[in-house]
Structures are given as C-alpha cells and as structure tokens.
Design a binder for this molecule. Structure first.
Ligand code: AMP
Length: 466
C-alpha cells in the first residue's frame, strides 16, 4: 500500500558552489515551516554521493561536523512533515539509490494520485519495494527506463506518473528539477555566483543571497550541469492547478510563488473579507502568526485599529511534554495567550487563516472569551474547507472537516461567537487575479482536476493515517 506521506515538504538544491551543503542547510532552514519532522541533505563531489538525514529540525540535525561530511559543489535537501502517528527515519528524504549507471538521490514535494496503480504494475513485473512512500514508485520507474542519460530516464519515469510533484534529483554530475504539468506545488530557480539554486520558495534564496531567476514552469524539467541550465518541456500541456492553500496558510509571506508575493495576497484576502463581512468593532485582532497579514488588510480596509490581542510563544517545539495531573490542561495557552487588559469589554474582530477541523478556533475563542470581551466576530480569510487535498497539503478526511457537514451558522454556534464570516470563493479568486484560473480550489469546491486515488487501499490509507 502506498502512503500519502510526502505531505507538506520543502525541497532545496544547489549546483556549482563550493559551499553546496552549507547553502542547502541554510535553504532548508528557511523552508523549515514546510516540514518539521525530518530533514536530510545529499551532496555530490563529482565522484560519489554523501547523505545525512535524521528526525527533527534542521538546526538539530546538522552541525559543522555533519556538514563537513557532505563534500562537493552540489547538493539537494528535503524537510518533511507528517501528522501520521508514527515517525519513521526510513521515510526521511532525500532517498539515495543505486541503479545500473551509478547513484542518484531524489527529494519530492507533493502527492501522486496513481502511485498505487503504478506500484501494483511494477510489483507484477518483479519490483521489490522497501517502504510505502509514493516517491519510491518514481525511483523504480527511473531504474526501469533502461536507456539514455539520467534526464531522459527522469522524463520517462514521470510520463507515467499522475499527481503533484516538485522534484529534485542529484547524481554525481548533474542536478535535475521537475515540476508536474499542473504545477500544483511551487518550485523556483535562482542563481548564486557561478552556480544555481532550486527550491520550494524564494525565501530560501533571500537567506543565502541568491538571485531569483524565475519559477520552474509546470511540466518543465530542468537539467543543470557543467554546460549550464537546460530546459525541457516533454509532457503534454495541462490546465494549471497551483495550490491556493500555499497562499492561505502554507507558504512563507516573504516568498514569491505562482506569480505573486504571498504577503500581498494574504493582505488582500483581509481587504476582501472586510468588504464581504464588515463588523461593528473596536479592534481587529490577528491569530498569530498565520492570521496576521489578513488582519492587517482587514484593519486597513475597515479603518478599525489593529491590536495584538493574542500573543504567541514562538519557542513551542515539537518536543513539549505536557505534565500530567494537577498542572495539566494547558490547552491552547501553551502556544497562544490573550492580552486580557487589551480585550476586556471590547468588540473584537478576530482574524484567522482557515478552519479545518474547527478544534483550534474553538479553543482560541474559549481563551478569548475568558478575557471578557463585549463581542467577538470571527473572520476567516478563506472559504469553508469541504474537501480533502490529494496533492500534498495535509488536510484530514472529508468527514473530519467541520465545514463539510456543518453550516456556517452551526460552526458559529460551535465556537460560541457573535458572528462568523468566511471569505467567498469569488473574493478569494479576486486576490490572485489575473491568473485566478490557474489555481486548484479543490479543498473549497470538492472538485478535483485529477481524480483522487481510486483504489480502496489508498483511500483507506488516507482515512487511517491522516
Ligand atoms: P483546526 O481547525 O483545529 O484543524 O486547525 C486549523 C488551523 O490549523 C488553521 O487556523 C491553520 O492555522 C492551521 N492549519 C491549516 N491547515 C493546516 C495544515 N495543512 N497543516 C497544519 N496546520 C494547518
């Protein structure tokens, strides 16, 4: 059975720089928000591949000594996040494998939708799989394409693959980047001195002083080697399906992806929301951090002052151990706390980026209510989420999405607030104009351009693990 465990990943690669592993470390550091469970780097010195990966944060896994053991002028790296119960080092990427012509490493962001079908076929032909990751299917297809240079094998492998992928491959001499024809996940290309960088988001380039050249196009395969950058468009063109959720929650506000700066889009979501759902209020309060840009937009448009009524503890890590018994039940306060003196007796507009299961906003509102505001109006800077994502964002099954079975009024009652307003789909689209038709809105419409995985096994997996 193939898992959906590539969700929410970040990838980064460097070609042609003396400090390739160090730069990749920094690139991953900037992309840490895309995955906190494991991280890995594979480097090449032209003769061999060198790998290090582990569970944890980039800063915990890599230090000077580890990075020294990753020599060479090119490298690729990966950060991975999974909410699935068990955490496994064997699922940490990049994967390194040997085939008839040498070694190759692969780092993948996205989810394939036909991985199980392909895996069944490959197994019938005698392939043996080590794990459950859908990325392994690409590896087998690469190895099966038994002629031609690596870039041709990559193209041959990807011809059969459906779904979302932004991929990096590294062999001894070359770095290859590929983005699926729909372009679900972002992938950007940059330059640093005489070398090149490729990554999920431009914020990684900013950190290392790389120049952003362009986005890698949907369906494009880019080969970087001693002769420079070579671009291929080997696949039939397809309707673009950029993930709108990157703008709502996932990407970093300082990044430029899908033709827009993320912060500006998020701020505009707040402006639209103020037009669609005005409120009589004394202050606009962001839910930090993800609600901040939209709250700024809402406050600006409505003329209602922005106040920090909720403070976030930025040092809450994955390793927090909740004490037992008497001092337990911290609930949401571990991460967020209200500023009681600022909120008391005030009419609030509280901004958040999204409601998924509804548990977070419910807890947050309980905390806010304890500070005795006069009124609480919640505004959400995206439409109700009614469908799971099959392309790389970790949303739970449909049944767990509160908006798939409850009306806005029912959700308002559930979170105990005076009013609740979601941004409309039309309003959302206006914020990413003029290329609004290039986006996937599946989580808001339940309509998907690529069929979700059809086989029962994989659907079961989504239900069990996510
Ligand atoms: P909940 O409604 O309790 O499931 O939590 C929703 C909150 O989690 C949102 O306000 C976001 O800040 C955050 N969030 C939304 N989507 C994701 C995701 N795919 N992974 C992690 N956190 C998310």
């Amino acid at each position: 059975m193939v898992s959906s465990w590539n969700e929410e990943c970040g990838i980064f690669g460097v070609y042609g720089h003396l400090e390739a592993a160090n730069l990749t470390y920094l690139g991953l550091y900037a992309l840490q928000h895309r995955g906190q469970e494991s991280a890995g780097i594979v480097s090449s010195d032209g003769k061999g591949l060198y790998a290090h990966k582990d569970m944890g944060l980039v800063s915990e896994i890599f230090n000077k000594d580890v990075l020294k053991r990753l020599p060479g002028r090119s490298a690729i790296g990966h950060v991975r996040y999974s909410t699935a119960g068990a955490t496994h080092l064997k699922n940490a990427q990049p994967f390194v494998f040997d085939y008839s012509k040498g070694g190759i490493a692969i780092a993948h962001n996205g989810n394939l939708t036909n991985a199980q079908v392909l895996r069944d076929q490959l197994e019938k032909e005698g392939a043996v799989f080590q794990g459950t990751m859908d990325t392994e299917v690409i590896i087998h297809l690469f190895a099966h394409a038994n002629t031609g240079p690596p870039v041709e094998r990559v193209i041959a492998a990807l011809k059969d693959v459906k779904g979302a992928y932004s991929l990096l491959f590294l062999n001894e001499k070359e770095l290859i980047a590929a983005r699926d024809p729909h372009g679900f996940r972002p992938l950007v290309l940059g330059r640093i001195k005489d070398g090149y960088v490729v990554g999920s988001e431009t914020c990684a380039f900013d950190l290392i002083g790389a120049e952003f050249l362009r986005e890698i196009e949907p369906g494009e395969v880019v080969l970087i080697n001693a002769d420079g950058v070579h671009s291929f468009h080997p696949f039939p063109t397809a309707q673009h399906q950029f993930c709108i959720f990157e703008f709502i929650y996932f990407a970093r506000p300082d990044s430029y992806i899908f033709g827009h700066n993320v912060y500006q889009v998020r701020r505009e979501l707040g402006v639209q929301l103020a037009d669609e759902h005005p409120a009589e209020a004394d202050m606009v309060i962001p839910t930090p951090d993800s609600g901040i840009p939209a709250a700024i937009g809402y406050a600006h448009r409505s003329g209602i002052p922005l106040e920090l009524g909720i403070i976030r503890n930025h040092y809450v890590g994955r390793t927090f151990i909740e004490p037992r018994d008497a001092i337990r039940h911290f609930g949401v306060k571990i991460k967020l706390n209200s500023v009681k003196e600022a909120i008391k007796d005030k009419r609030l507009v509280v901004l958040d980026d999204s409601i998924v299961r509804g548990t977070t906003v419910r807890k947050n509102m309980r905390m806010i209510k304890n500070a005795s505001p006069q009124k609480v109006h919640v505004r959400i800077s995206c439409p109700p989420i009614i469908g799971s994502c099959y392309y790389g964002i970790d949303t739970p099954t449909r049944e767990e999405l509160i908006a798939s079975s409850h009306s806005v009024e029912e959700i308002r009652q559930y979170i105990h607030v005076n009013s609740l307003g979601y941004l409309s789909l039309e309003g959302l689209k206006r914020c990413v104009a003029p290329n609004e038709d290039e986006f996937c809105y599946g989580c808001f419409t339940g309509e998907y351009c690529l069929e979700p995985p059809q086989d029962d096994a994989q659907l079961d997996f989504f239900i069990k693990e996510v």
